[in-house]
Design a protein around this ligand. Sequence first.
Ligand code: ADP
Length: 483
Amino acid sequence: MAKKRKIAFVGSECYPFVKTGGLGDVMYALPRALVGEDCEVRVILPLYACIPQKYKEKMEFKGSFMMDLTLEGRTFFVGIMELQMDGVIYDFVENKEFFDWGNPYTGLWEDIPKYCYFSKASLAILNYLEWAPDIIHCHDWQAALVPLYKRTKFWDTPVGAAKTVLTIHNLRFQGICSIPHMKYWTGLRDDLFNYSVLKWNEQEANMFKGGIAFADRITTVSETYAQEIQTYAYGEGLDSHLRYHSPRLSGIVNGIDVGQWDPAADQLLAAQYDAETAVANKKINKTALQERLGLDQDENKMVLGLVSRLTDQKGLDLVDAIFPQILDSNTQVVVLGTGDPRYENAFRYYEGEYKGSVCAYISYDEKLAHLIYAGSDAFLVPSLFEPCGLTQLIAMRYGTAPIVRETGGLKDTVLPFSGDEGNGFTFDQYNASLLLGAVNDAKNVYFTNRGAWDEMVKRNMRKDVSWVSSADKYLALYDELMQ
Ligand code: ADP
């Protein structure tokens, strides 16, 4: 029998321990999909204080050592706490100095040292555990220094033989700080602070830029985003760097964990359903949602859902611009999210102004999210840019029609409705009247052609949004690197 591939995942968040967005979902779901495909997978994560106690209680102490970091070679404690779940091994890096804050991200000034430490400690842990991976799969800027450390400070250690893959989940966040600050904390050689690797401008260095230069392969979470980030408009200042490294860059669209998101078994719903029972049971979820959120209870109203970080990325200024026009006596809007006060306040205002028709639930609430996906008829994702986007995938799995802008993974996963095919309603340019047009198209089908709408609900629920085919693509990429 062929030897199992050994894959180490390194990233800053992972559901169910700590999650602020889609990265957390991918760090959970992809390793689980890979263990089903003949891989041994270890996921390395920081042991943040905010990780729920119920998981901490199950962790087992695997050892500790001191590790040098910084230009001065200061030494820091590295503890390893381990947990196994469904075949995946999770190794948590313990260090109270860096991770004893409430949230994973506290501000770049502290986050830069924190993730320098984390990236280096991840490699040191693999050596300590004598578990030499074939592939180290790093995620986002927080783990982007791993390829640099691997090829410099660790090149002649067991972990140095691994190949590295760096996945860009969101290029907007890059880990940029002053060159002296980064030089001090990384302890990396001066010659790496040049324009081809870490140097960003005369004053600053950029961790993502360095990772992109040194990783064996770079992936991002959809094919369209892989193309978009090579352009000035989406490249966040790294477009020419990415064009230069494009022979090593590809896009693999995310899936969702169809066990975690399964309307047929979801205990958080008022009524479970599959494609056959969706039309009837989604109505039960709709009225349960209306009741829970204090909206007028009427199963005939069209409910538009929105579950999102409330930031500029998500196209919320477009939603804000047309909000009163979206509403009519037959339409309700439910917003779940936290973020920029500008959007939190705008949605709160609409809730006050349109009582019974609008709910702005300004919070992070995993449980409520499930009921919104199930109880809504359509789901808004009008993003300015969207590397992949998971909410439109979850919405489709729950038989809810996405209304999306054709960008990044939204473009790759939502086909426009056209009679007897398509999954949702789309628009191309970043423009509020185009979004309104797409919402009106959705309303038109919902209210005047319910037969076609219901067929779309079933089609969406049967669409493969699982990790299966994407996990195969990652495996093919790993195998190519291992040859
Ligand atoms: P991003 O990673 O840019 O935030 P994604 O669409 O990739 O966006 O992933 C968002 C994930 O976070 C989804 O699982 C979504 O359900 C969840 N999510 C976002 N905001 C909230 C919230 N306020 N409450 C519960 N879940 C949320």
